[in-house]
Design a binder for this molecule. Structure first.
Ligand code: ZN
Length: 120
């Protein structure tokens, strides 16, 4: 796991990661549901698709669209176990710990929070 400010500075320097954006549909869904509910959905995705020691279809388990969390995962390098290893120093081949899951969700939440428009 990495320091979050350092991580976000590194992500901003990645041409691929920094270009990833929410589509209109995902943006609308985020606004409508609110950050808290969206992050709870994220907990389900991470637990099912990333947490096992050997996740199913690892490397292809995170779609490129259809949920704000999926987009946030690609943008933050939390989309598969290779990216978790490369970007976050979370070793492959071992089930994620509750602390690692919380850290991943905090990363996703930070990315999404910067993209939510305050309701008025
Ligand atoms: Zn990945």
């Amino acid at each position: 796991m990495r320091d979050m400010d350092e991580l976000f500075a590194a992500l901003a320097k990645s041409r691929f990661r920094s270009r990833i954006k929410l589509g209109a549909k995902e943006q609308e869904y985020l606004q409508e549901k609110g950050l808290e509910i969206i992050v709870e959905h994220g907990r389900g995705f991470i637990t099912e698709r990333l947490a096992p020691a050997k996740p199913k279809n690892d490397g292809r388990q995170t779609p490129m669209k259809n949920h704000p969390v999926f987009i946030a995962q690609h943008a933050t390098g939390t989309c598969c176990r290779n990216c978790l290893s490369k970007w976050h120093k979370i070793p492959k081949g071992k089930a994620l710990t509750p602390e690692q899951i919380d850290y991943i969700l905090a990363t996703i939440e930070r990315w999404l929070r910067a993209r939510i428009c305050p309701k008025n």
